[in-house]
Design a protein around this ligand. Sequence first.
Ligand code: DC
Length: 193
Amino acid sequence: MSFTVAIDGPAAAGKGTISRALAAAFGFAHLDTGLLYRAVGAKGGDPVQAALSLTPQDLARDDLRSLAAGQAASRVAVIPEVRAALTAFQRRFATQEPGAVLDGRDIGTVICPDARVKLYVTASPAVRAHRRWLEVGGDAAQVLAEVIERDQRDMTRAEAPLRPAADAVVIDTSDLTIDQAIALATQVIRQRL
Ligand code: DC
């Protein structure tokens, strides 16, 4: 049986960093599922067709990390057919041996409801916007506004909204260093292995 770790949470909460560290520590595969939605948004044209025809090259574009790509991803992510087109790939990925870490918004609630470990990684909007601003620069107030706008859309959409699964362990990274957050997450997995 493969060991699936589901990590959900809002933008810039630290999910990606924690996921990569856990995957490296436990020898698990890692999928940043936000990248799938970013690639669909960046591809342009009909989002459903884009999701159905996604290629490894689409995922390798170097402009997928921008704020604009994040906003585009959040907009196509409200479309149920887009989400449906990406579900099978994510579920297959999750069954890899010896284990897989998937991070996103709906991994513990929809994609892998039976995951062995579910984490909900969050932080205050101000802290997350500051972290994002350190990465991308520009106007700090604008970065905060975009973080809040994206949270709002991701949390209130009808299909697979962002929320902690009932059995998720919540890690608030607002006042934690990266190392402290990784140590907490590692401890949760060790207890379940
Ligand atoms: O994690 P990220 O910032 O790369 O995600 C970009 C957007 O993609 C996010 O605002 C909402 C969407 N997304 C989603 O709806 N479901 C996921 N599992 C991952 C991302």
